[in-house]
Ligand binder design. Sequence first.
Ligand code: G6P
Length: 609
Amino acid sequence: MCGIVGYIGPQDASPIIIDGLRRLEYRGYDSAGICTLDGGETQIRRAEGKLINLENILREKPAVGSRGIGHTRWATHGRPSEINAHPHKASNIIVVHNGIIENYLKLKERLQKLGHNFSSETDTEIIAHLVEEYYRQCGDFEKAVRLALAEVEGAYGVAILCNDEPDKLIAAKLGSPLVVGQGDGEFFVASDIPAMLSHTREMIFLDDGEIAIFTPEKMWITDLSGQPVVKQSKTITWSPMMAEKDGYKHFMLKEIYEQPRTLADTIAGRLQGEEGDIYLEDLGLSQEQLASLDKINIIACGTSWHAGLVGKFYIEKLARIPVEIDIASEFRYRDPIVTDKSLTLLISQSGETADTLAGLREAKGKGGKVVCICNVVDSSIARESDGVIYTHAGPEIGVASTKAFTTQLVALYLLALKLGRARGTMTADDCREQVEALLALPRKLEETLELDEQIEQIAREFMNARDFLYMGRGNQYPIALEGALKLKEISYIHAEGYPAGEMKHGPIALIDENLPVVVLVPRNATYDKVVSNMEEVCARGGKVIAVASGDESELQGKVAALIKVPQTTEDLLPILTSIPMQLLAYHIAVLKGTDVDQPRNLAKSVTVE
Ligand code: G6P
C-alpha cells in the first residue's frame, strides 16, 4: 500500500527512484510520481496507472537532479488520478506520503483561512502546506517539518524536500513503515527493504515519532521535539536475487515453487530431535510462562487469519490450551478479555498490517504477553512484540500470499509442539514423532508441486465458471477458505469456502452443473463424512474437484477431477493441500489474463485501517 523511495547523493536520482518504486510495485498502487531537485528547479512528473506511464513521461521530459523522492499511490482520499498522485507541492515544499491524516479536514480549513489553495483531494497535500506555512514563519526546513508533524494526527511515512534547502532530504514515520539505507556518500529511504537492496544492505528501521534528516554526507535522527535519537544499523542478508523473479513468469509462481526450501528454512535449527523438544530462539517466554498460560488469542488478517484458524487446531490438540481467534479489525473494537495469564499471538507476513498492529497494542495495553509469527525481520509488529517466531520465508512479492502461509502453518505447529512439551500434554516421544513428520515435509511438498501440469489442465476446464465453492472439514476448512480467497484475489471469480458439514444448511441450494466444487478430502478422521458431503454434491449434478491424499480409487469416476497429494500426518496435511489451492488459482488467473502479481484494488501490506 503506497510505496515511498527517496535518494540523496552524487548520482542521478530518477533511475534509482524508479527502480526502487518498481520493487515496491507488489504493495499495490494506482498512480505514481517523482520529484527531483536540480539547481533550485523542482521537477515533478506524475501519472495515473502503472509505472510504465510515468516512465513514458520521464522519457519525454526527464526529471534530473541528484536529490529526489518518488511514490506509488494506493488511493484513500481522492480517486486515482494524476492530480491526486504524489508528490504534492506547496510553494517550495514537496511531499510524498503513505498513511492517512485523520485530522486533515480541520487542518485544511485552518490553512485555507491563512490563504493556502489546494489543488488535489488528498490528505497528503495538507502536510506540504503545513510545512510550508511553518517554513515561511521560521525559515528552517527541519524545524518546520517538526512543527508541522506535531500537529498531524493519524499515520504517516513521509519523505520531504525543500527547494530552498536542496541539500536536505527529510523522512519521518508514525504508523507507516520507513527504512533508511546507508550507502557510501549517499542515502536512501523507502517503505521496504527490496527498494534499496541493489544499492546497500546497511539499513536503519525508523520507529514511530522519529525524523531522519539526510544530507549527501551525513544523516541524523531526532524525535519530534528535536532530541537526538541514536540507532544501530542492521545488515540485511537477503540478496537482491531473492527479490527477483528468478526466471519464473510471475513472483507468485516463483514463491509457490520456493515452498520446499522455505519450509526447510522455517524448521532449520528448531527441531531438537534428541530431546524431543522444539527450540524457538526469540520466543521471549520461559518454560514456566508457557506452562501457566490459560488462553491464547490469535489475531491476524487475510491469509494470515486462515493460518491462525489452522493454528487453533494445532494448539488446542497438542497443548490443550483454549484458543480464541479474531480478525484483527474485529479484535481491537470488541473490548477483548486479556489477562496476564493469556498470550496474544499475532500472525503477519509483513509485520506492518495496521489492524494487526493495533490489536497488538490493544493487548499490550491490557497487560498481556504478546508474541508474533512474522516474516519481515524488524517490522513494526516484530519490534513491538515481546517475542517473535520468524518464518524465514524470504521476501514475498506476489500480493496473493503463498509461501508466507505455509511457513506460518509450520511456525504454528512448532509453537504448538513447544507448548505441548512445556505443559506436559506431549511426551518427548510424541514430539519426536512429529519432528520426523516435519522433516519429511519439504520432500513431500516437492512431490506435491509435480501436480502442477494436472492442475493447469483442470484450470483450463473450469476457468469460465462464474462461481466456485470450496469445502473442507476440521483443519481442512481453513484451507477451503484460503483456496476461495486465492481464487477471488487473482482471478476475480466469486468463490466461497464452507465447512463441508454445513452444506445442507444453505450452500447445497447453489449446486448445479455449472458450479465447480473443490472438496478437500484427504485421509483424516473426517474422511468418510466429507465423502458423504461430496456424494450429495455429485447427486445434484455438481462438478467436484476432489483433493485427496493417497490412492482414493473409490472417488475416481464420481468426481470431475481428482488431485492426489502425498499422505502425511493429519496435522500436516493442510500444508500439502494448500498447494493445489494456490496452483489452481494461479493457472485460472493466468488463463484469464489478469494481473497475477498485482491484482486490482489489492495491496500487499495494508498499512491503513
Ligand atoms: C493483505 C494481503 C494479504 C495478506 C493480508 C494480511 O490483504 O493482500 O495477502 O494476507 O494483507 O497481511 P499480513 O502482512 O499481516 O500477513
